[in-house]
Design a protein around this ligand. Structure first.
Ligand code: FES
Length: 132
């Protein structure tokens, strides 16, 4: 589901930015992710992990940069997601590796919460371009 970016306001949340030429992709409802939990979402050709921490939402690619691990199936501790394959860790706020073996950060997406909807902001053109 593609939701055009609404310049009239109402968008809010971590990393929410009004960038010309951007658009929003609806991922899930706020109630779909339990506090301290994760959710795997497929949208627009992307496979994403949604995290809910202290009432705020964060989104990364679901695919671990080290191998076949699915980060949404990992263990969320604070702001770190631990991949259940080799116990590599990433900061879900920045994507930075906080524990090897991964060496490459995981991609993060600006999150916008509108009412009870969780969305990410992507560039209007070439937004699905994370090959790996
Ligand atoms: S596949 Fe994720 S740490 Fe190795």
């Amino acid at each position: 589901m593609i939701i055009p970016y609404d310049e009239s306001g109402g968008a809010r949340g971590e990393g929410a930015r009004k960038v010309s030429g951007s658009r929003l992709i609806h991922l899930c409802g706020t109630d779909d992710v339990s506090e301290g939990g994760t959710l795997r979402v497929e949208a627009e050709g992307l496979t994403l992990a949604v995290y809910r921490i202290a009432g705020h939402f964060y989104v990364t690619d679901d695919h671990c940069t080290h191998g076949p691990g699915s980060l949404s199936e990992g263990i969320l501790e604070g702001y770190e997601i631990e991949c259940d394959f080799h116990q590599g860790r990433f900061d879900v706020r920045t994507g930075a590796v906080t524990e090897p073996p991964p060496m490459v950060p995981v991609k993060v997406y600006p999150v916008v919460v509108e009412g009870d909807r969780v969305l990410i902001e992507v560039e209007a053109a070439g937004a699905t371009g994370t090959e790996g």
